[in-house]
Design a binder for this molecule. Structure first.
Ligand SMILES: Cc1cc2nc3c(=O)[nH]c(=O)nc-3n(C[C@H](O)[C@H](O)[C@H](O)COP(=O)(O)OP(=O)(O)OC[C@H]3O[C@@H](n4cnc5c(N)ncnc54)[C@H](O)[C@@H]3O)c2cc1C
Length: 395
């Protein structure tokens, strides 16, 4: 347990308790640690996660990773793409190609990093070890909280048994879509669920052609997009899985056959889910704030979910540091309103448009949609605007 020197308020053991050791909680902990704040991260699971989930890291997030002093580690661990290209595996043609390097005047990182999410989390966790003012406690499930004008009291259960309490100046719920912290604040995610089911499957190929660098698409039997997340390991993204006439196993088999022209593969992991666009009406109440999936969920089309969470956490970090330094919790409120507006009119709007276009394409017309987009984006001003949105560098 951490104890700060020179306590002014009885019982406060730490500046900030972060609930949840996902990418948002860990990156926020690192930001606070670098600003000299004491942090406890409480994570209900017994250790770090092991599944790939969000593999794309856009330039705006890379800028944050650079500020956190970890960009070198991320660059050496990732596959780096300098352009956003989609290859049509059915016709063996390029469908669209957008040079991210065109943004070199807008960012130090005009590139896409591809890294499975569990590796992102592991790199952030590793970086935290350099800061004795941060402790990460696994197998600590937060069950509730109460706050007054001076502090926040968090209740947690260790290994599902006895309950204990810890007191902090501030608490941040980075505890994902089913956030216990959001529930404790009496807030719910408002929004919509799209009439579209999708599935993800990671497969390992025994033969991986070195020329298969860019994402690949096929609509021959089932619509599928594939992204290489590690050498020889591909993430299959399968929209329109609500059609139950084809089993998931069959979808994966057909996808591998059409995308890579081979029958052999091993399935690493798969998951089927609904697509949501939801947001909490408030991102902070008193001394408690929400960030990441706990505060907002967006459609995964566009790969901006984890990215928007890390960016949201970075914005919150600045306000938290000021609030701690000036002992003024009221600073969290304008920050929460700014973060809410940024998500509502930024990532939520953009991913909503992308999702509606995918729905309209009914899957089989996706190559046509991408060809038309490629033509439209030959106009430099439109291409610049689209790239800024996609890479999350623009508002
Ligand atoms: C199957 C799947 C595939 C995905 N694919 C993509 C993708 O391709 N692109 C993309 O951008 N996004 C994707 N996402 C979404 C992305 O993973 C999330 O946006 C991202 O993980 C959000 O990070 P977070 O830190 O806010 O929440 P999470 O990663 O959900 O982390 C929350 C953490 O809080 C912990 N926790 C929960 N409750 C408690 C509690 N009471 N006490 C203590 N700890 C608690 C959880 O165990 C977890 O470790 C995917 C998600 C899933 C599930």
């Amino acid at each position: 347990m951490l104890y700060r020197d020179g306590l002014t308020r009885e019982g406060i053991v730490v500046d900030v308790i972060i609930v949840g050791a996902g990418p948002v909680g860990l990156s926020l902990a690192l930001g606070l640690a670098r600003a000299g704040k004491s942090v406890v991260v409480l994570e209900k699971d017994p250790g770090l996660h092991t599944t790939s989930r969000a593999p794309i890291i856009w330039p705006r997030t890379q800028e944050i990773l650079a500020d956190l002093g970890v960009m070198d580690r991320f660059e050496s661990a990732s596959i780096i793409l300098k352009q956003f290209t989609m290859w049509n595996a059915d016709s063996n043609h390029k469908l669209i190609s957008l040079p991210i390097s065109e943004l070199k005047d807008q960012t130090h990182f005009p590139q896409i990093l591809i890294l499975p999410q569990h590796k992102t989390e592991a790199l952030l966790y590793e970086a935290l070890k350099a800061y004795p003012s941060v402790q990460v406690h696994f197998a600590h499930e937060v069950t509730g909280l109460s706050q007054d004008s001076e502090s926040v009291r968090v209740r947690y259960a260790t290994n599902g048994t006895s309950e204990s309490e810890m007191v902090a100046s501030y608490v941040v719920g980075c505890d994902g879509a089913h956030s216990a912290i959001r529930a404790a604040l009496g807030l719910e995610l408002d929004g919509i669920t799209y009439p579209l089911m999708a599935a993800l499957a990671d497969v390992k190929l025994p033969y991986n052609d070195p020329n298969w660098v860019f994402p690949r698409l096929s609509v021959k039997d089932v619509p599928v997009v594939a992204v290489q997340i590690e050498l020889g390991e591909w993430r299959l993204i399968l929209p329109f899985t609500q059609d139950e006439s084809i089993t998931m196993d069959e979808r994966v088999r057909l996808s591998v056959k059409n995308l890579f022209h081979q029958a052999d593969y091993s399935l690493i992991w798969q998951s089927e889910f609904k697509l949501h666009q939801r947001i909490s009406p408030q991102f902070a109440l008193g001394r408690v704030a929400l960030a990441g999936d706990a505060a907002h969920l967006n459609s995964p089309v566009g790969g901006q979910g984890m990215n928007s969470g890390i960016q949201d956490g970075a914005l919150l970090c600045t306000a938290l540091v000021k609030a701690i330094d000036t002992r003024n919790p009221a600073l969290l409120q304008p920050n929460a309103e700014m973060r809410h507006a940024k998500i509502n009119f930024g990532v939520n709007q953009f991913t909503n448009i992308l999702t509606r276009v995918v729905m309209l394409s009914k899957g089989r017309y996706m190559p046509w949609v991408l060809r038309i987009l490629n033509l439209v984006l030959k106009i430099p001003s439109l291409r610049q605007k689209f790239l800024m949105k996609l890479t999350m560098l623009g508002d």
